[in-house]
Design a protein around this ligand. Sequence first.
Ligand code: GDP
Length: 326
Amino acid sequence: MNDSTMSQRDRIYVAGHRGLVGSAIVRRLRVLGYENLIVRDRTRLDLTDTRAVDAFFEETRPDFVFLAAAKVGGILANETFPADFLRKNLQIELNVIDAAYRHRVRKLQFLGSSCIYPKHAPQPLREESLLSGPLEPTNQSYAVAKIAGIHLCQAYAQQHDFDAIALMPTNLYGPGDNFHPEYAHVVPALMGRFHEAVRAKADEVVVWGTGTPLRELLFVDDLADAAVFLMQHYAETEIINVGTGQEITIRHLAEQIADVVGFRGAIRFDAAKADGTPRKLLDVSRITALGWRPSTSLAEGLRATYRWFLEHESERRGLQTAYSTN
Ligand code: GDP
């Protein structure tokens, strides 16, 4: 077994385990029998605090790290809080990647995002397109921070021979998402809005933009499956895309979500709201060639997400009062 192969006895730190991605990675690792998982919520460890992160690595000595902690949000959150998105993400990445290297972590995996590719890069988006043109203006701060995180991984790999890989997941959705009506991503935002409309017996729901943008959506448990797979089978410094290779218009997506929630009224598009980038589809040929593919259809994933939404209604109400950063 080589040094960067995870075994069930290894200590594995999942940073961001309360978030959409981190919680799915923890679920996946547990299913696969990894029991030595290390997690800390933000009340116990502030990842933007360099000294606290260093002390945490000194104390816990993880062998493997999944860096899924980030400040994330939808199009409006990104436009409203650009300084927060830039500062917090840079701090988290720098603190965790540097501490992992210095405390001899055997392998680290960093989660990037498909929205950091240039706005007009050819679609489907290939890994080589990173940094080949201007970014989508609505989420530039987040993108610049995530690009810096990828470069940290590559620079530490090059200069220090540190085993650090970076994944580029497409748009994600699933259990554990942030369902804030204004600041969430499109799937949870619309699920919440349709749900409220059914409850209030409203006959119309407003969806932002023109309905024409195309998005690729990956169920987060499939992403977690890919994350564990790549930790075991991928060791290159080149980033690697993780997606389904399939896309859907926002209009069609809204109709599918309405169907899952049971909303039978009208869907109205508000073209005064931002569409964001017109299309965002990943080229998934590299991960496909390694032998990985997703297993959950959009319909199944939306149903599972809505079940989770209904089961966590009371917690969600609490969360919505304070905009969560993860
Ligand atoms: P993006 O992929 O970074 O643009 O992330 P989003 O999930 O925020 O938005 C995806 C698309 O869904 C954009 O074209 C939005 O205009 C559209 N959209 C429609 N309704 C909503 C909504 O209620 N919330 C969000 N976040 N996006 C919406």
